[in-house]
Design a protein around this ligand. Structure first.
Ligand code: 5GP
Length: 185
């Protein structure tokens, strides 16, 4: 890897395929670290505790906030999502690259704190229609959550220009290659 000790801020609307892309990236770049967030939302069937998220209660989330264990957090829809502080500090000290899968609010906050260490990548769908189709096919959301996620997606897409790089996830292989090229710069 060309450089070390960077925070790679990875955002994109719900359903755009961030997790699948990340699986490819971690397979191809085993030295990359993944900052596993805590969330108060329910686990999806396909998700693994400790790999995708740490699924915690609102009470536990508030305890972590009080104890200053959360680097940044946001309420997305009805649920809280936060980045645990300790692993990030440790990895930055060790000089390894860390991927943070966070929403646009998280991106703005982390960039303020670590501007010189950040590389930001926004994953775009080929179109809003395709995004809607992908999210619908995933079938993990209630009708209400689905509408909310699409509304948030429209707002998030307006912020994509603030990121260092934009990658369209049309073909998984092509998008992954593009991201690897960015990381190796
Ligand atoms: P999902 O419920 O689809 O897994 O995630 C919803 C949104 O929350 C996504 O945009 C995801 O990137 C974002 N997210 C996940 N973890 C964090 C986090 O720790 N902080 C922030 N700010 N956003 C997060």
């Amino acid at each position: 890897m060309a450089n070390c000790g960077r925070l790679i801020l990875f955002s994109g609307p719900s359903g755009v395929g961030k997790d699948t892309l990340l699986d490819v990236l971690f397979e191809k770049r085993p030295l990359l670290r993944h900052s596993v967030s805590v969330t108060t939302r329910n686990k999806r069937d396909s998700e693994v505790e400790g790999k995708d998220y740490y699924f915690i209660s609102v009470e536990k989330f508030n305890e972590m906030l009080k104890a200053d264990e959360i680097l940044e957090y946001n309420k997305y829809g009805k649920h809280f999502y936060g980045t645990p502080k300790k692993p990030i500090d440790k990895w930055l000290k060790e000089g390894v690259d860390v991927i943070l899968k966070i929403d646009v609010h998280g991106f703005e906050n982390v960039k303020k704190m670590y501007s010189d260490k950040c590389i930001s990548i926004f994953i775009l769908p080929p179109s809003l229609e395709v995004l809607e189709q992908r999210l619908r096919m995933r079938g993990t959301e209630t009708a209400e959550d689905f509408i909310k996620r699409m509304e948030i997606a429209v707002e998030e897409l307006k912020k994509c220009e603030e990121y260092d790089y934009r990658v369209i996830n049309d073909s998984l292989e092509k998008a992954a290659e593009e991201i690897l090229t960015i990381l190796d710069k």
